[in-house]
Design a binder for this molecule. Structure first.
Ligand SMILES: [Mg+2]
Length: 300
């Protein structure tokens, strides 16, 4: 029996959050360009020398093995957060929507989840990520970007559209609580738009939250998240009876509420990877937060 009548919607990062490692790094380091080259390529993104998309394509295309071989190494190397499955089952039991948002490749993430959780349970998780065209003989691994344009211009536009929608009317009786879970810098833009933010302890997202005074709850495993969410559900029910704004309410989370209430997650969440991509491409433009004056510039 759920302790709350309020709808709850979770959005979670994948690499470093649900899994302790990064799926791309495991593949490139073991079967593709190798760790040294991969680090060099990462540097090229950070320096702005090459675009995220360009470098990502080179990394993925350095793989020359069938999908199954790649998957075998992922199964061996990846560790799932020890509390994740229990948390996800708790979400299912309490009618909490759980969505994965990632700049990775959807077929890989889907298969990894199915392998660790079972097909049936994995099928309940909505994955919003880039698609991929992987030749059966492994001769080509090609990301199919959600938007086929120079980095995210149309996606930036859809962020603005989403904001405008969010500013519009909200059903008074049905305001879901929005939870975001992540670990890295790329999660920061999305994280600012949540009612409740969970950041993996000791990693960049937590550091950013501390530096920028963004409220967050640290976690070591999804078991911590489950406990906290149970408390939040109780608190919310006691204080609001599940009606009107959630007890923990961030108006900036309205953009997530809009998409979740319209059941149109892919349409608008598609905007999120573009912000992630931008952070990879121009990390400096996302580190201009001034503790006293706030964000000097936002590229979205
Ligand atoms: Mg991550």
């Amino acid at each position: 029996m759920s302790p709350t009548t309020r709808k709850i919607v979770c959005f979670s990062d994948f690499d470093g959050t649900i899994f302790m490692q990064d799926t791309g790094h495991v593949l490139f380091d073991n079967l593709g360009c190798g760790e040294e080259r991969r680090r060099k390529l990462d540097e090229q993104i950070k320096s702005g020398e090459r675009s995220f998309r360009d470098v990502s394509e080179e990394m993925w295309q350095s793989l020359r093995v069938p999908f199954e071989d790649g998957f075998e190494i992922l199964e061996k190397e990846l560790e799932i957060d020890p509390g994740f499955q229990e948390f996800h089952q708790f979400c299912v039991a309490n009618n909490i929507d759980f969505n994965v948002i990632s700049a990775g490749l959807k077929p890989i993430l889907g298969k990894v989840l199915a392998s660790f959780l079972g097909e049936e349970e994995a099928s309940r998780i909505e994955i919003v990520a880039n698609d991929a065209d992987i030749k059966p003989d492994g001769s080509e691994w090609k990301p199919v970007w959600r938007h086929d344009t120079e980095l995210g211009h149309d996606k930036a536009l859809s962020i603005k559209e989403g904001r405008a929608l969010a500013a519009a009317e909200t059903e008074e009786s049905d305001i879901p609580l929005i939870i975001f879970i992540g670990d890295g810098v790329s999660d920061l833009p999305a994280a600012r738009e949540a009612d409740v933010l969970f950041a993996r302890k000791g990693l960049r997202l937590e550091e950013y939250c501390i530096e920028n005074k963004i409220p967050y709850i640290g976690f070591d495993s999804f078991s911590d998240i489950k406990r906290e969410v149970e408390d939040i559900m109780q608190e919310d029910q006691q204080r609001t009876g599940g009606v009107g704004n959630p007890a923990r309410f961030n108006p900036r989370a309205n953009m997530w509420r809009r998409i979740s209430s319209r059941q149109a997650v892919p349409k608008f969440v598609a905007a999120t990877p573009s912000r992630e991509e931008k952070m990879f491409l121009w990390p400096e433009s996302f580190s201009e937060y001034q503790p006293r004056t706030g964000w000097r510039k936002s590229s979205a």
